[in-house]
Design a binder for this molecule. Structure first.
Ligand code: IMP
Length: 502
């Protein structure tokens, strides 16, 4: 006979937190959101931490190199999507690892023998008015001069005039040498009243540009997530088909942590994949597994050697797995049960395996609930897809700005490996939709607000850290009518577009 779970599985919106005593130390500025990303033994530190408990989803519409840079700069991590070629995924990882705050690789360059016409065309195309002139016209060619819009007047000189006549030649340029720090570069910029400082290597080859206008944005960020060499930390998704080629390429590109991306991780395919990574590549290569929704799945992947486990089947915003296949579980129940299994395993073995609540976070307080229920960090797709830094296009839809957001199991992404249960190597039916989400602007502005709310709620709960919250949170179920009570009710909402009488 089938096994029945008698309690319904529940989702975040069915719960609320009961405040604990808030001590005077409990201020948002005293709250630490540092959390382990990979397993560790009792009394030791995890080899990789997050400074805020946020990961962006392993999805084409969410995690490319631009997203990874923006999120790591705020203290979280992106897992670069794996539903692309090994080469392009590794290249994205490489770009994150090469990123240096304030040091911009130049993407608008020309040769001295090219003409002002070429300059005008390039400026129109890229929007850049500072053009490094290199020997071969490449971003890292030998620097011969710089041309800015103040150096020429196109209507006087004409499109055919050669650049060499107008550029500031190398001999007259102020430049910095490779190894110059951002604050040193800024000093030079101020001292010489420059708008842009080129950074070159010993062979006079151009490495980066540092712009005066960028400095404020690039001031040190206290939460920035960096490795021992001060490079941003980045993750990458893998699958259980081509891992023998993909994993070495990603590690070679500098990926700090990998994660097997699968909608149902309780499988022999995934077990073998994780085992292979650990036994062939070595334990220093960190790899997470998932997704699971209960204790047996958790223990299975821990036994395979997983460094962290992702939790969640079917809660995601773009997900239709439950409708298509009837598998899944309410996300809150999954997190509560897997967290219990994690704590039990820690007690038995002395090894703490972090868990990640993946998908289904709609409101900011769901993040705190997931953490309070035992998650060590959360993974989100919809949330991040709304920002400037996500790969999707920004479009005007019915009068509002939207960003595109599509599931990995949609016909658009065709990530059949994520739904692979052996057999045919193609996507035979969809498990995700192709959709829009409201455009929300810059990642940092939004994330600062969310992090602020998370810390504030933690203060209500009397918790100064995530482990504190795990230990002391008090959580209550809310009835269906109680949920109604949670929003504005029994009032006439004012129209937001009414302007005050003058
Ligand atoms: P969201 O934050 O609710 O949008 O959920 C993001 C999560 O959805 C990802 O981290 C994946 O676990 C999951 N996911 C991604 N693509 C699909 C899909 O096509 N179908 C079902 N789940 C998906």
């Amino acid at each position: 006979m089938a096994k029945y779970y008698n309690e319904p599985s529940r989702t975040f919106s069915e719960y609320l937190l009961i405040p604990n005593r808030t001590t005077k130390q409990c201020m948002p500025s005293n709250v630490s959101l540092r959390t382990p990303l990979v397993k560790f033994n009792k009394g030791e530190e995890a080899a990789v931490h997050l400074n805020i408990p946020f990961a962006s989803a392993i999805m084409q519409a969410v995690s490319n190199d631009t997203m990874a840079i923006a999120l790591a700069r705020c203290g979280g991590i992106s897992f670069i999507f794996g539903s692309q070629s090994i080469e392009t995924q590794a290249e994205m990882v490489r770009r994150v690892k090469k990123f240096k705050a304030g040091f911009v690789p130049s993407d608008a360059n020309l040769r001295p023998d090219q003409t002002l016409g070429d300059v005008v065309d390039l400026t129109a195309r890229t929007g850049h008015s500072t053009i490094p002139i290199t020997e071969d016209g490449s971003a890292n060619g030998k620097l011969l001069g710089i041309l800015t819009s103040r150096d020429y007047r196109i209507h006087k000189s004409g499109r055919d005039a050669p650049i060499a006549k107008f550029m500031t030649p190398f001999e007259k340029l102020v430049y910095g040498e490779e190894g110059t720090s951002l604050s040193e570069a800024n000093e030079i910029i101020w001292e010489h009243k420059l708008n842009c400082l080129p950074i070159i290597n010993k062979e006079q080859q151009l490495r980066y540009l540092v712009f005066r206008k960028d400095y404020d944005q690039h001031k040190e960020n206290p939460d920035e997530l960096v490795d021992a060499e001060k490079r941003l930390v980045v993750g990458a998704g893998i699958n259980s088909r081509d891992y023998k080629e993909r994993v070495p390429a990603l590690i070679d590109a500098g990926a700090d942590v990998l994660c097997v991306d699968s909608s149902d991780g309780f499988s022999e395919w995934q077990y073998e994949t994780i085992r292979w990574v650990k036994s062939t590549m070595g334990d220093h290569v960190k790899v997470g597994g998932g997704n699971v929704v209960e204790e047996e799945g958790f223990r299975y992947l821990v036994e395979a050697g997983a460094d962290f486990i992702k939790v969640g089947i079917g809660p995601a915003s773009i997900c239709i797995t439950r409708e298509q296949k009837g598998i899944g579980r309410g996300q809150a129940t999954s997190v509560i049960e897997v967290a219990k299994a994690r704590d039990q395993y820690f007690e038995e073995s002395g090894t703490y395996v972090p868990i990640c609540s993946d998908g289904g976070i709609v409101l900011d307080y769901h993040v705190v609930l997931a953490l309070a229920m035992g998650a060590d960090f959360v993974m989100q797709g919809r949330y991040f897809a709304r920002f400037d830094e996500s790969p999707g296009r920004r479009l005007r839809v019915r009068g509002n700005y939207m960003k595109e957001y599509w599931g990995e199991g949609s016909d658009r992404a065709r990530n059949w490996q994520r739904y692979d249960v052996g057999g045919d190597t193609k996507l035979t039916f969809e498990e995700g939709v192709d959709a829009y989400v409201p455009y929300a602007g810059r990642l940092k502005d939004n994330l600062d607000l969310t992090v602020g709310k998370v810390k504030s709620t933690m203060c209500n709960c009397g918790a100064l850290s995530i482990p504190d919250l795990h230990r002391t949170a008090r959580i209550t179920l809310v009835s269906a009518i109680g949920i109604r009570e949670g929003g504005a009710h029994d009032v006439e909402l004012k129209e937001s577009d009414i302007s005050p009488e003058t």
